[in-house]
Design a protein around this ligand. Structure first.
Ligand code: MIC
Ligand code: SF4
Length: 792
């Protein structure tokens, strides 16, 4: 462990804040009683924990986590190592869910039989909105085509007292930042970019629906205590470099696996002068390196943002908590690793294609494109998604648009802009930002996820290799337009915009000029943007907003039509264990998955989003873009037991269905970081639905591994990664030692006995991360079965 005595200098002045006059916007004040963290209680617990830990200095992440412990003694005593070892039983204060994942979460919550949520919960309609020809018509069309789902969500929200943010209100993570996030709190969201809220100095963690159900039913939520990586920021961003470049650069350093099991805690003088929404961008994309979440010490800019969004009472309470030392790391706190970044040295970075950690500094990007032999052409520029759709992002982009317009330029390629929320959209419109963008050719889309989640109806470039540049966070193959040949690069909104005016990938706005119709050269000046609007935010269409803290209306009927193709009640999964004891029945290997297999590969989005509430229908997309390591084909599986008339190979879901029909439980062999990407629990539900009992991986991504455990699928890790290649489709795998583990021998080694199709038999060793409670879920068939059994 590295020790650092670096003083967290952000709050060096403690309680005596100065007002940031330069960015000070007028503000209104709303009733914040339901959104102000119970600081006195949290600080009380933190003080108790401090004693329990012999007054050792704590990181900010530890303070927040430990002050939300259900039973500090149970989780922390024992004197052993906590970070990276102990399981914490936590009580989150809030849950947020988006429309795609909320469907499964609610279906699970409903089957628990409670009449209200144990913690304040909100639903946000953002993922199901299509991007075709602009905000107004897209919204209308999407509301009509998803009516059944929105009605279901709204009625469930009414029944259980959940705040329901209608389609058009904006992207979940922007809304949470604008309305619910508060320094020092712990919250969960059923979406991997929930950490976006960390821009306000809290711990916001992305989880699957079943984890959210823990919090919603008042069951302690379990998390293996993450390690804490300190990211020491010095210097200052300037010129073209933005917070996006900080996280794109860091993604290149850490890779998509570098944050697994770790919280990224930023500190040092480079934090204070960044805007709150800029910090949110950085926290948002911590998801791309697999981090549990990211956070920052409380700053003046956070305070200004709280004030500007009507939450002065929260700011005042946070000031007080900060003055007691709750909202920053202690002097001498130990991090598991410290990464130094000098912001003054950062240059804009472009990441991709197809993975968010392939980082290339802007100055080298042109030659990179050339070396790869790609066409030096950009086919579209897209601004938005939860990571870069703030007022500041939009005003930065508009400054460039203004410069271009004055010079007589318009964008050379389609240029799509998505505001993050109705509040941002309305404020942009009032302040002339929207007009400025439209003047140079931008299409402003509905406040929603849109093209970021593949809801982009793109008519050009079908089946053609092409390159797009987006300010989004994800860039897996086929993600945005369903075309595997679209190379998607991630960059800051300003770089995307400047390039949209040039139409070429090798254009570097820092050094290059564009040629005006007059033949004269034109060079952009780097834009500054404005984090908070001079005249304050305007709320826009308040019809989209919920009434705060609604009371449950138990008489409400939650509507699911019996013949629905969009919604289906969940049948509880059966336990895998029959009379044969606590080893799994012999499992057949369905396939060995090769290489990168994200949740997008396991359960594709785009057109499949419409089946998020219908497990039978959505399961038809199981692993359809995964590569079979035996043969190298996409969406091909072997059926070694085929009956007469059945083909030897078929699509992966078709073979999984055959296994299910034969009552043949099965397993998958998978590669490194399996389940990278999102919190999509369908990626766990679908294999389980077809009879998968176990997945053996070289390694797992955190959220997905937990999702598997929740749904009753055993995730095992190869002790020796080379064993991956020794197991193939049709082999039979049996567990040895699982019974000992279940009976309480935490250190019991689980081995696998593999019987090859050739008759050869051998054993291999595995590792696991199952806690005592998780083993109980597994035995019950799913976490929900277990919770239900405890409630009855
Ligand atoms: C994503 O960005 O991939 C999503 C769509 O927001 C997912 C959630 C989902 O699939 O429901 C995520 O990030 O968790
Ligand atoms: Fe929506 Fe994209 Fe953000 Fe996921 S990453 S929440 S799809 S905007």
């Amino acid at each position: 462990m590295l020790s650092t005595t670096l003083r967290n200098s952000v709050l060096a002045t403690g309680p005596t804040f100065r007002r940031s006059l330069a960015t000070h916007a007028p503000f209104y004040e709303k009733d914040c009683s339901s959104i102000t963290p119970p600081y006195a209680q949290l600080i009380g617990k933190w003080e108790y924990v401090r004693e329990l830990l012999n007054n050792r200095p704590l990181t900010l992440a530890e303070k927040i986590l430990y002050s939300h412990l259900n039973d500090p003694e149970k989780s922390l005593s024992g004197g052993g190592k906590i970070r990276g070892e102990s399981y914490l039983q936590l009580t989150p204060q809030r849950v947020a869910m988006q429309d795609a994942s909320a469907q499964m979460a609610l279906l699970q919550f409903m089957s628990a039989g409670l009449s209200r949520c144990a913690v304040p919960t909100s639903i946000h309609c953002d993922h199901l909105i299509q991007a075709i020809d602009g905000a107004e018509s897209d919204l209308k069309r999407s509301i009509a085509s998803n009516k059944e789902v929105f009605d279901f969500l709204e009625s469930a929200a009414r029944k259980y007292g959940i705040e329901f943010w209608k389609p058009g209100s904006g992207i979940i993570h922007q809304i949470v930042l604008e309305n619910y996030a508060a320094p020092g709190m712990l919250m969960l969201g059923t979406d991997s970019h929930t950490p976006n809220a960390g821009g306000l100095g809290l711990l916001a963690i992305g989880v699957g629906g079943a984890d959210a159900v823990d919090a919603m039913t008042g069951t302690p939520w379990e998390l293996k205590a993450p390690q804490v990586v300190g990211i020491h920021l010095t210097g200052k961003l300037s010129g073209w470099a933005t917070p996006k470049d900080l996280i794109l650069h860091l993604a290149g350093k850490l890779t998509v696996r570098g944050g697994t099991g770790r919280i990224l805690e930023y500190f040092g003088p480079g934090v204070a002068n960044q805007s709150c929404t800029g910090l949110a961008t950085v926290a948002n994309m911590g998801a791309e390196v697999g981090a549990t979440t990211s956070t920052f010490p409380y700053t003046e800019n956070m305070r200004a943002y709280l004030n500007a969004t009507g939450r002065a009472p929260v700011a005042r309470a946070a000031d007080k908590a900060a003055s007691m030392g709750f909202l920053n790391a202690d002097d001498g706190a130990e991090y598991d690793e410290v990464i130094e970044i000098n912001l003054s040295e950062l240059e804009p970075t472009i990441n991709g294609p197809f993975t968010p950690d392939l980082a290339t500094p802007l100055s080298k990007f042109g030659s990179f494109v050339k070396e790869q032999g790609w066409k030096d052409e950009l086919s579209a520029g897209l601004i938005g998604s939860c990571t870069n759709s703030s007022y500041e992002d939009m005003t930065r982009v508009a400054e460039l648009a203004k410069q271009a317009k004055a010079a007589g330029l318009v964008t050379k390629v389609p240029f799509l802009c998505t505001p993050g929320s109705e509040q941002i959209r309305a404020t942009m419109e009032r302040d002339g930002v929207t007009n400025t963008l439209e003047d140079v050719g931008a299409v402003v889309l509905a406040n929603a996820c849109g093209p970021c989640i593949g809801q982009w109806k793109r008519d050009d470039m079908k089946g053609e290799e092409n390159a797009i540049l987006t300010s989004f966070n994800r860039n897996f193959k086929s993600r945005n337009d369903g075309n595997r040949l679209t190379m998607n690069f991630l960059a800051s909104p300003t770089i995307v915009t400047a390039m949209a005016f040039s139409g070429s990938l090798s254009f570097n706005p820092m050094t290059d000029t564009l040629t005006l119709p007059s033949g004269k050269p034109f060079r952009f000046t780097p834009p500054a943007g404005r984090d908070l609007p001079i005249e304050g935010f305007t709320q826009g269409n308040t019809d989209y907003y919920p009434s705060p803290t609604p009371e449950p209306q138990p008489e409400t009927e939650v509507i699911i039509r019996a013949d629905s193709q969009r919604l289906e009640l969940l049948e509880p999964f059966q336990s895998h264990f029959g009379d044969s004891g606590l080893e799994l029945p012999p499992l057949k290997v369905l396939m060995r998955v090769r290489g990168k297999c994200t949740t997008d590969h396991i359960s594709a989005a785009g057109p499949w989003l419409k089946y998020k509430g219908h497990l039978t229908n959505i399961s038809e997309n199981l692993l359809i873009t995964a590569v079979n390591d035996e043969g190298g084909d996409v969406n091909v599986a072997f059926d070694h037991d085929r009956a007469a008339g059945e083909t030897e190979t078929d699509t992966i879901p078709a073979v999984a269905k055959r296994f299910k029909a034969r009552n043949q439980p099965w397993t998958l062999v998978v590669d490194d970081n399996y389940g990278e990407g999102s919190a999509r629990e369908h990626a766990a539900l679908q294999p389980r639905f077809y009879g998968c009992a176990m997945i053996v991986a070289r390694s797992f991504a955190r959220i997905h591994e937990t999702n598997l455990k929740k749904q009753g699928v055993l995730p095992l890790w190869f002790a020796d990664k080379a064993d991956y290649s020794r197991i193939g489709s049709g082999d039979i795998v049996e567990t040895i030692g699982l019974a000992d583990l279940i009976k309480g021998r935490q250190n019991a080694a689980v081995k696998l006995k593999v019987t090859k199709r050739t008759g050869e038999v051998f054993e291999i060793l595995t590792k696991h991360t199952m806690s005592e409670d998780q083993l109980k879920w597994f035995c019950a068939g799913s976490a929900l079965n277990f919770i239900r059994s405890q409630m009855s």
